[in-house]
Design a protein around this ligand. Sequence first.
Ligand SMILES: *[C@@H]1O[C@H](CO)[C@@H](O)[C@H](O)[C@H]1NC(C)=O
Length: 818
Amino acid sequence: MRKRWLAGLLHALVVWSLTEAQIRYTIPEELSEGTVVGNIAKDLDLKLSEVSERNLRLASESGERYFGVDSAKGELVVRARLDRETLCGQSATCLLPLEAIVENPLQLYRVEIEIQDINDNSPAFQNNAKVLNIAESTAPGARFRLEAAQDPDVGSNSLRTYTLSKNEHFALDIITEKDGTKVPQLILEKSLDREKQPTLSLLLIALDGGKPAGTGTAEISVHILDINDNSPVFEKAQYDAQIPENIATGAVVVSVKALDKDEGANSEVLYSFAPHTTDLINSIFSIDSLTGDIKVNSKLDYETGSSFKFDVIAADKGVPPMEGLCSVHLEVLDINDNAPEIVLKSSPSPVREDAPVGTVVALISARDLDTGENGKVRLTLLPGVPFTLKPSIPNHYTLTTERTLDREAHSVYAVVVVASDSGSPPLSSQQEVLVSVVDVNDNPPVFTQPFYTVYVKENSAAGSILCSVSALDPDQGQNAKVLYSVLESRVLDSPLSSYVYINSENGSIFSMSSFDYEKMKVLKVQVQARDQGSPSLSSNTMVHVFIVDQNDNAPAVIYPSAALGSVSHQRMPRSAKAGHLVTKVTAVDADSGHNAWISYRLAEATDASLFGVSFHTGEVRTKRSVSEQDDSSQRLLIEIRDNGEPAQSSTVTVEVLIEDGFHEPVSESRQKSPELNKRSGRITLYLIVALASVSSLCLMTFFILLVKCARGSRGGSSCCIRRSDSGYKTPNRNLQIQLNTDGPIKYVEVLGGDVMSQSQSFGSYLSPMSEFSDFTLVKPSSTTDFTDTLNVLDASLPDSTWTFECQQVRESQHLDFV
Ligand SMILES: *[C@@H]1O[C@H](CO)[C@@H](O)[C@H](O)[C@H]1NC(C)=O
């Protein structure tokens, strides 16, 4: 601009004659368009009309751009914005030269316009957000040069000073350099601590000298750079944690945390166990160096380690690193993780079944690895066994018997011992203890039957098995081994052992001889079973061997006596009428029962029409009157048969001699006969009366009957008195008194069952009144008196209980003639 202006000036000087007149206008910058600078026409001494006539105009380029001439008024006016700072920069004065030209005559005038500065610019910082990094260790007094602010205004409007916002650490110093530039400087007055205040924000204000003063601000961020001046510090000096012993492997037990107030690497903390940490802790625990988590690596066991103490170091990454230390105290909590254990101090000893209550069977102890309540163990038994646990010294028990034992009921006990601790929840365990009961010979052998009854036929072969007895012994082994024996006694003057033999092992009884019913009706064998215990126990039983009668005896003829010869001779008068009793055949049969029932039959006769034989009584009577024609000698063959199966028989031959004029002795008998019949009838009546009331007055009736019988009356009924004990204990006390008769009482048979008088029978047979009497003395007896017999019996059985029975043994029989 100035060059152009100078070129224009030179041109004017060269082409135009220049007037000396110099006009200067002084205007402030930044005038608005149209502002009048001055009346140039007047100042050039031109008339107002001349302005247009002579074409007053501005010649210079710059003059034309910024100014113009108002031809009507002759005034110089501003045409464009005038910025002094643009036109003149930092020059202290700003002159804008103009050339004004008029024609006719052509004249050139120089006009100078001085543009004065106004404070139209404020100071400004090129970078109004400044970051300043200062290490926190910087000593006070240190200076930090800042950027100077710029103000294009000049003079008093230019930058004058700076101010700094209020702060603790920095002061402001303004240095004026040689060229006059004013430079602000920060002076550290108080040392910085990043850890307290990592950044500072300062406001630097630049002020110019204008009125009012323009300002420019810059924000200064002071970043305090960290120095590793802080060691890591743990949140706690000691970490306490309680961990259950069953904590899972890998679980975090405790987390330690250390903080470092420094920054960056200086605050980055790495955790580790202190160097002096034991190998055990190193093996059980590990620490995460970054997070500080302490984990368990292996299973914990309260029982081997209940607490752990170690130190943890936190080191930062600064150079040199700084360290902090804390201690960790871990307490392991007991968990009820150990079941109680049952320990048998000795294997249980077998206990005798007769052991007294309280006998010690076994010693049992209990243990639990846990502590406290978890380790408190109580032992109990499952119920149902005759044992009890008695505590002795702590945690020790004795297993003792609580009741008496019986091996036969229970030979071995499975005693279940239960141990439970007091933990929550409690743990328990159990163990079975087998206690065997040792047998004691406390049971005698017991026969399977209270007594044995055997029927054996007489005459059967010796050596045959009679019966087998058997006794059981619930004991064990030798105590249960039973041997059988026969208790010796004498039977019919021979030792019992000559009759029977017993197999001692299996109790089979064999006969040693054949038996004869006629000699012995029952054989009583007392058998003993004895176990082999020590001492041994035994029990007895009775075997009744009843000998069963066989028809092994033929009837024996007693009268007429066959011994005199094979033929018996009888005499009778020829005058005999029908029904004359010739003789009476009497026979006995040694057998009993049916085998002894005897019947008579006329087998052969010289004249069968003359004689008849009573089937039951054996009386031989005439069937008709004897006539003169009848042979004087008559032979009769009479057969006597028993009722056995097969029947046995014998015969007797009777020779009857019929005599003329034979004195008949029968009259007595005939006279007697009605009397006898009368008596007999009376007794029968008594009997009927007696039997009618037998159910209630049996005893009385019996004695009445007995008295009547004893008075010599021979009745036609039979009476029986039987005495028996109801118990088994004295089976031998079995007495039978039999008034046995066919019709009239023939004999009294007393069957005694005493051991000593085994098979003895008392017989009292009533002697026949005469040869014609109904009664025959069968066998001579010690006593003929019936009452005497009874007295003897009664005396021999003093403690006996008598029951009396009266009955008609056989249906009353009548004499019947065949
Ligand atoms: C007992 O033993 C004898 C001889 O060995 C034998 O004959 C008999 O049959 C046995 N008895 C039993 C009941 O086994």
